[in-house]
Design a protein around this ligand. Structure first.
Ligand code: 5AD
Ligand code: FES
Length: 354
């Protein structure tokens, strides 16, 4: 291990905040020893708060129609090859019905920024879900909306909102998005969501084009300051119909390393081992748990549309054999000594030093 890294790791474990320069060094100077120590500390910290319980979220991919044109994303509006679909409210409710019977107590409605999902329509779906499944949390992951819209959805019963910040560096943000999208608006959304009272998730891709250790240090500093309730990170994976088709994918190694660091800089965070992580490595999600993650998001979408919700190439869980992702993950998690719990899985209050 490079000199200095052990001291940074000790500091992290003791709950000290690292500054951006230190976070950058932690990333740039990493090696296998550092990764092993961080993972061990992250698993211990997670264990103290959550034990070996893994929370599940049933992911319902409601639409792949999107008005945005993010350069990395397979469902960007310029991709004329994408076969577009949108679930009906009845289909969404049926997915939730099945999910509830399987043991899900959180439903995540995720989709592109599809103008069909007006406040009125989305509020009606949210309140119906809350009425039918009062023991469940409803999480929305439907992109950038106005403050007023976020407020209405919250008033209709939405509990949580996922909106990855994508990168904490505005200039980097501009390299990943078209000119009409802005980092400032992204941040405005996250602030509004927090102020309204949502449990909020941010996050970013690991190894996105042009990303440097300095950018990642900014992402970590942002997480340290914002203290999100959830944080979604996964490797960037190129999609063949996007401008980034020839870029290399993010690595398993760096993703696992960052999962451990995030667990240590914000111990109570709900941290998923993402589908993208399971896509770049056949046991990526299991490895994610062993690096400090504590959430999995099995796919609950109708099998017929799963392949169409293709943000990146080779996405797992799209074939007939994947109809029951919860069961698959249950077996996978059990095989490494973890158990899926039937619970809403809200963030636990935690005092540093506990
Ligand atoms: N590879 C990995 N993740 C991606 N996302 C979008 N496109 C890709 C890709 N090519 C992520 C973004 C977005 C989330 C829903 O999926 O971070 O916020
Ligand atoms: Fe979807 Fe294994 S989690 S098939």
């Amino acid at each position: 291990m490079k000199p200095g890294i052990q001291r940074l790791i000790d500091g992290l474990c003791a709950g000290e905040a690292l500054d951006e320069a230190q976070l950058e060094r932690l990333i740039a100077d990493r090696d296998r020893d550092a990764a092993a120590r961080l993972a061990e500390a992250a698993v211990a910290k997670r264990g103290a708060i959550y034990g070996n319980d893994v929370y599940t979220r049933g992911l319902i991919e409601v639409s792949n129609i999107c008005k945005n044109d993010c350069l990395y994303c397979g469902i960007r509006r310029s991709n004329g090859n994408a076969q577009r679909y949108r679930l009906t409210p009845e289909q969404i409710l049926r997915c939730a019905e099945e999910g509830h019977a399987l043991g899900f107590r959180t439903f995540v409605l995720q989709g592109g920024e599809d103008p069909w999902f007006t406040d009125g329509r989305l509020c009606a779906i949210v309140s119906e879900l809350k009425a039918r499944f009062p023991d469940c949390a409803v999480t929305l992951s439907m992109g950038e909306r106005s403050r007023d819209s976020y407020q209405r959805l919250f008033d209709a019963g939405a509990d949580r909102y996922l909106l990855r910040h994508e990168t904490a560096d505005p200039a980097h943000y501009a390299l990943l998005h078209p000119a009409e999208m802005s980092w400032d608006n992204r941040m405005r959304c996250l602030r509004d969501l927090r102020e309204i009272g949502y449990q909020v998730g941010c996050g970013f891709m690991v190894g996105s084009p042009f990303q440097t250790p300095a950018h990642l240090a900014k992402d970590l500093a942002f997480i340290q300051a914002f203290k999100p309730d959830m944080c979604g990170i996964g490797p960037f994976i190129p999609h063949h119909d996007t401008p980034f088709r020839d870029r290399p994918a993010g690595t398993l190694e760096l993703t696992l390393y960052l999962l451990s660091v995030i667990r240590l800089i914000h111990p109570p965070v709900l941290l998923p081992a993402t589908t993208a992580l399971g896509t770049i490595d056949p046991t990526g999600r299991e490895k994610g748990m062993r690096a400090g993650a504590n959430v999995v998001m099995p796919n609950l979408s109708p099998v017929g549309v799963r392949k169409q919700y293709e943000l990146y190439d080779n996405k797992i869980c799209t074939g007939e054999e994947s109809a029951q992702c919860r069961g698959c993950l249950e077996a996978r998690m059990r095989s490494i000594g973890y158990r899926l719990v039937i619970d809403r899985g809200d963030i636990k209050k935690y005092q540093q030093g506990e």
